[in-house]
Design a protein around this ligand. Structure first.
Ligand code: CMC
Length: 394
């Protein structure tokens, strides 16, 4: 392999040192700043978790009040930016719109990359994008449906306001269901960070050149879109719809095991977790709560998902390869029940992961060992050779 260690897909290379998130894939353990995800999901809301990831500890009640106030101050986007959506086709995938609109934040806040050595400027960057993401995601949805844009309502909490911007009607008070708000808020918490996954590594690599952080987040959104990563929740729901009936589950399990078939069980398997993804366990419970609240316990899609999970978990192929349901397996079903359209699922993932991306970006730029990321390669192409005489000009 020449001079360099070859590690395709970074299976054994640590790209950085980090104090943010810890995963023990064999145990199925996930900690944010040392706190188990199960406890955070139960006792904290998404803004507590965002504060924790950013500042290293959970906020005191005064810190929480200030943080919530600051986030509310930043929820609106520049009116000029709202016009930016008009340039997209209405049938564009909302993740494509997100790549463009979030990238365009860098055109509105040019100073963001210059201020990265100033902690105050870094806080403003973080608060600004965390506050604006629900607005940006909701506008992408409203634009795709030709619905009027809804301004943020700062009398509502972070997640309730997001639901208002998604589903509200002008001049009518939107009253979100607290069970649904809690479920969505927990989905945000579960997606807030996940150490050096593909999109976070993309953000770090893009940021390592000193690029504008919003442009880096846009790069992260592009990476998240793929079905092997954040796009799996959308792909999982499409797969369930294609399977259609419990009676067809064995056929699809067979396909997933077939080496000559590219079909994979979406929402199954993980690079790091070789045990249950702890987020999937929480998501399964949320799924039960939401379906019960909405009277959808007998929802055929949910029954199908449970049957698929049951058969896969008993199958030797999945047992031997340690393939368990991941976070995306149930998140799509919950979101569908809430009324979020399939193509928006990954945008919601991006909304939440923006917290992790920004915090990881900051950790990188503040790292005294920080260098531009510049992987090397193992060259396997042609050796040096000359252009043939027949190709040379007379
Ligand atoms: N269905 C059937 N077989 C699978 C699956 C699956 N979902 N996942 C992995 N395998 C097989 C794979 O074919 C390989 O077999 P072999 O050793 O015979 O070649 C073995 O299991 C190891 O898999 P891998 O693809 O080498 O593992 P990886 O770490 O490179 O990939 C993964 C991890 C998540 C990309 C993969 O499991 C996958 O594509 N899963 C489906 C997509 C998905 O649910 N992604 C969401 C991941 S979690 C949330 C997120 O990151 O956004």
């Amino acid at each position: 392999t020449g001079l360099f260690t070859y590690d395709a897909g970074f299976l054994s290379t640590a790209s950085c040192k980090s104090k943010i998130t810890f995963i023990d894939g064999d145990k199925g353990e996930l900690l944010y700043r040392g706190y188990p995800i199960e406890e955070l999901a139960e006792h904290c809301n998404f803004l507590d978790v965002a504060y924790l990831l950013k500042h290293g500890d959970l906020p005191t009640s005064e810190q929480k009040i200030d943080f919530v106030k600051i986030i509310k101050r930043h929820t609106m986007i520049h009116e000029q930016m709202a016009k930016f959506y008009q340039g997209f086709r209405r049938d564009a995938h909302p993740m494509a719109v997100m790549v463009g609109v979030v990238g365009a934040l860098s055109a509105f806040y040019h100073e963001a990359e210059e201020g990265f050595l100033d902690p105050k400027a870094r806080n403003v960057n973080f608060n600004r994008i965390v506050a604006k993401m629900p607005t940006i995601v909701a506008l992408a949805y409203r634009y795709s449906r030709g619905k009027p844009f809804m301004y943020p309502r700062n009398d509502l909490g972070y997640t309730a306001n997001f639901m208002h911007m998604m589903f509200g009607t002008p001049c009518e008070e939107y009253v979100p269901n607290p069970v649904i708000v809690h479920a969505l808020d927990t989905i945000f918490t579960l997606h807030a960070d996940h150490e050096q996954n593909a999109s976070t590594s993309t953000v770090r690599l893009a940021g390592s050149s000193g690029a504008n952080p919003y442009a880096c987040i846009s790069a992260g959104i592009g990476c998240l879109w793929g079905p092997a990563h954040g796009g799996a929740n959308e792909a999982c729901l499409k797969m369930l719809a294609e399977i259609g009936d419990v009676s067809r589950v064995p056929e699809y399990i067979k396909r997933a095991k077939d080496k000559n078939d590219s079909f994979k069980l979406m929402g199954f398997g993980h690079r790091v977790y070789k045990n249950f993804d702890p987020r999937a366990k929480i998501m399964r419970k949320i799924c039960d709560d939401v379906l019960r609240e909405l009277g959808l316990e007998n929802d055929p899609l949910f029954k199908l998902a449970k049957e698929l999970e049951r058969i896969a978990l008993e199958d030797d192929y999945f047992v031997e390869k340690k393939l368990y349901p991941n976070v995306d397996f149930y998140s799509g079903i919950v979101q569908k029940a809430i009324g979020i359209p399939t193509e928006m699922f990954t945008c919601i993932f991006a909304l939440a992961r923006t917290v992790g991306w920004m915090v990881q970006w900051e950790e990188m730029v503040m790292d005294p060992e920080y260098k531009i990321g510049r992987p090397r390669q193992v060259y396997v192409g042609e050796p040096r050779r000359g252009v043939p005489p027949t190709r040379r000009p007379e």
